[in-house]
Design a protein around this ligand. Structure first.
Ligand code: DHB
Ligand code: FE
Length: 284
């Protein structure tokens, strides 16, 4: 039986990827950001996951206004890092897990969540920057990754409650897979940031940290956060945080098990225009 052993939560910022790729991670501006992930890189090596189910958002890279899936599961054998305007990032290609992805698609769709099946897709900074933060600069990513793209770019976007319940369905799907795999689920994006308009540059430390507290200890309350609160309190791109609720919903405690263990928590400003939040929860 496969099992979700842990969930990882982290912001993504394209400039973090660029800082790493261009050898700037030791510079005074970036050093504190990468230091927040030193623990995590060691933890990844100790954990040796077999598969990462990586919830992220595409930024009009693989998708566009022509086609906007709310939830899309990557079922391909591999995924190429996208060219977002500066050439593809010099990072390894992403190896998928078509068999587990197909199993999860079957189970979750039968559980009333309408997923789009994606058999070919380039992956942008939403997926590659979290991998870089957690794994550094390896020759190959440590294990297969199932990309799971959520639309948080073009309205209407899914609400937190639906994302949280989807996480529960993903947990059930993984549990019913008949091979002994150590699976991690990652929820990425956020925390507070707004990239455009009159409030561009918005950061809300207090709200972010209160929301993190809730996500850990009272995920039902975090899932009940109304959509408008993300936008008002955490800025237009703060809505990326609903993706963290998918990972949280997949943890054992929300299904009647014991509370997860907080292995690591990190929060840092500044990193480009985004408040960087990071959390590692292990199932007990
Ligand atoms: C930034 C943050 C994002 O989430 C993103 O998708 C693009 C840019 C930023 O802070 O620069
Ligand atoms: Fe983003």
């Amino acid at each position: 039986m496969a099992r979700i052993t842990a969930s990882v939560y982290t912001s993504h910022v394209p400039a973090i990827g660029a800082a790493l790729d261009l050898g700037k991670s030791g510079e005074p501006y970036w050093k504190p950001v990468f230091q927040g992930y030193e623990y995590s890189k060691q933890w990844m090596q100790d954990q040796k996951p077999d598969v990462i189910f990586l919830v992220y958002n595409d930024h009009a890279t693989a998708f566009s206004l022509e086609m906007i899936p709310t939830f899309a599961i990557g079922c391909a054998a591999e995924f190429t890092p996208a060219d977002e305007g500066w050439g593809p990032r010099p990072v390894p290609k992403v190896i998928g897990h078509p068999e587990l992805a197909a199993h999860i698609a079957q189970s979750v769709i039968q559980d009333d969540f309408d997923l789009t099946i994606v058999n070919r897709m380039d992956v942008d900074h939403g997926l590659t920057v979290p991998l870089s933060l957690m794994c550094g600069q390896p020759e190959a990513w440590p294990c297969p990754v199932i990309p799971f793209a959520v639309n948080v770019v073009q309205y209407p976007v899914p609400n937190g409650r639906r994302c949280y319940n989807l996480g529960k369905a993903i947990r059930k799907a993984v549990k019913s897979y008949d091979r002994p795999l150590n699976v991690q689920i990652w929820g990425t994006g956020g925390m507070s940031h707004q990239l455009q308009g009159a409030r561009a540059g918005l950061i809300n430390r207090e709200w972010d940290n209160a929301w993190l507290d809730k996500l850990i200890a009272d995920p039902e309350a975090a899932a009940a956060t109304p959509h408008i609160d993300y936008v008002r309190e955490a800025g237009s791109e703060g809505i990326e945080l609903v993706m963290w609720l998918i990972a949280r919903g997949a943890m054992d405690d929300v299904n009647g098990g014991a509370a997860p263990t907080v292995k690591h928590r990190f929060y840092h400003v500044p990193a480009s225009n985004t408040a960087v939040g990071h959390l590692i929860l292990e199932n007990t």
